[in-house]
Design a protein around this ligand. Structure first.
Ligand code: ARG
Length: 459
């Protein structure tokens, strides 16, 4: 049991207590960041005349050798140490002797862990953002290729009005674009360096916190040392943003599962992204989509857990905050895995254009347009609504679509119908006439694609 704080104690820590308290099994995840933080700290201490150049050189080369040995597998991080901070410091002292004992000058594990967690999550925010960008690139590609691929749009999971595949994919493009913007915001807000805050009240050494912040690529130092060691807002914000990403992925997965069902057959999931059944030979199951949908609960769980952990903690640092790590790490890994797998599944997804088109033609998705036709011929909308309602009932009886009726049949229901009704309620017309920005009409969609491609090239 290697601890940094034995001096005041007369008894060994109980083994169970030691294990309960220890965090090395999970905080080794930010080993690299811990070393980076220490290097910046040592450079700052030297610049301020607190350490000598010679001490700095020894410490930096010691830290570099620890980094290298762990990365090459010749030095193992074991639970002999309480946490990753103790592991690094103990190994440094073992390697370079007395100079190593000066590493922790003007620093506490409270500001150290606050820094490590920030450095780690900051990097992950960037990686999640990049993964989302790849997803957006797949989406924009599908959009460009499918400006005239017709499908039904739904409300209440009932066919409502015809749209295009480009339009449907465009809805998800907007969601994931906002998700990225949320990550950008989080990055900006969290990007202040807590190091130099000490245990809670700063230190009496003449630290240059701005310099440390600059070395570690932060916008500047945090402005209140108590807040610095007690703040996990950025973790909560990230978990909230990741929950929203998962919610969006989960809705998309739900649609893909429905579209992939035997009843819909709008899409076919690629063999590489489907699984079989151990008993039913005919099955090809959408397990990946289901798992992404399922894992959403896990990420929400992390958010609620950390919000709850934080809510009763008095200022400043308390050990409760150690609980932020495992769940955040798990949520980050889950989200990254889900985005990457989902992107692969979407990239290889086959859309059955004919099935989607037939589905859009069946189910009276052009009923609103038929009513609008009557309105354009002088019938008040409420009357037109009633007439088309009767027309739909008639079609259901005859098992026909509106545009499959003869002009005579149509005129029996309303004499206002003329030959041009067929053109007016065709799928193409229904979609093409919806040309305000944001609507599925191909010209409107082209403009949206142009705007979004520009966004992608700039972000
Ligand atoms: N493992 C601890 C954590 O994650 C590091 C900070 C320990 N600080 C302390 N005062 N016990 O929060």
């Amino acid at each position: 049991m290697a601890q940094l704080w034995g001096g005041r104690f007369t008894k060994e820590t109980d083994k169970l207590v030691y294990n309960f308290n220890a965090s090395i099994s999970f905080d080794q995840k930010f080993f690299v960041q811990d070393v980076q933080g220490s290097m910046a700290h040592v450079k700052m201490l030297t610049k301020q005349g607190i350490l000598t150049n010679d001490e700095m050189t020894q410490i930096l080369s010691g830290l570099e050798s620890i980094l290298k040995d762990v990365q090459e597998g010749t030095l193992e991080i074991t639970d002999e140490y309480e946490d990753i901070h103790s592991f690094v410091e103990a190994n440094l002292i073992e390697r370079i002797g007395d100079a190593g004992k000066k590493l922790h000058t003007g620093r506490s594990r409270n500001d150290q862990v606050a820094l490590d967690m920030k450095l780690y999550t900051r990097e992950e925010v960037t990686q999640i953002n990049e993964l989302l960008k790849e997803l957006l690139e797949v989406l924009i590609h599908i959009m460009e290729e499918n400006l005239e691929t017709y499908m039904p749009g739904f409300t209440h999971l009932q066919k409502a009005q015809p749209i295009t595949l480009a339009h449907h994919m465009g809805a998800y493009f907007e969601m994931f674009k906002r998700d990225r913007q949320r990550l950008d915001d989080i990055y900006e807000r969290m990007n202040y360096c807590p190091l130099g805050s000490g245990a809670l009240a700063g230190t009496t050494y003449p630290l240059d916190r701005a310099y440390t912040a600059e070395l570690l690529d932060f916008n500047g130092p945090t402005l209140n040392s108590m807040d610095s060691v007690a703040d996990r807002d950025y973790v909560i914000e990230l978990l909230s943003a990741m929950s929203t990403i998962m919610m969006h992925l989960s809705r998309f997965c739900e649609e893909i599962i429905i579209w992939n069902s035997n009843e819909y057959r709008f899409v076919e999931i690629d063999d590489a992204y489907s699984t079989g059944s151990s008993i039913m030979p005919q099955k090809k199951n959408p397990d990946i989509a289901e798992l992404v949908r399922g894992k959403t609960g896990r990420v929400y769980g992390a958010l609620i857990s950390i919000l709850t952990t934080m809510k009763g903690i008095p200022l400043a640092y308390n050990k409760d905050m150690q609980e932020d790590k495992e769940l955040t790490f798990d949520a980050i890994d889950t989200v990254k895995g889900c985005i990457a797998l989902f992107t692969g599944m979407l990239r290889t997804l086959k859309f059955n254009d004919d099935v989607m088109k037939t589905s859009a033609m069946r189910g009276f998705t052009n009923a609103t347009d038929a009513a609008d036709y009557l309105v354009n011929h002088g019938v008040p909308f409420r009357d037109a609504h009633g007439i088309i309602g009767r027309l739909v009932l008639y079609c259901i009886e005859k098992n026909k679509a509106i545009d499959e009726l003869s002009l005579e049949e149509l005129q029996e229901i309303s004499p206002v119908f003329e030959q041009d009704i067929f053109e007016a309620v065709s799928l193409e017309t229904c979609v093409n006439k919806r040309m305000t920005i944001g609507a599925p009409g191909p010209d409107a969609m082209k403009e949206v694609i142009r705007i979004n491609k520009e966004y992608l090239s700039l972000s």
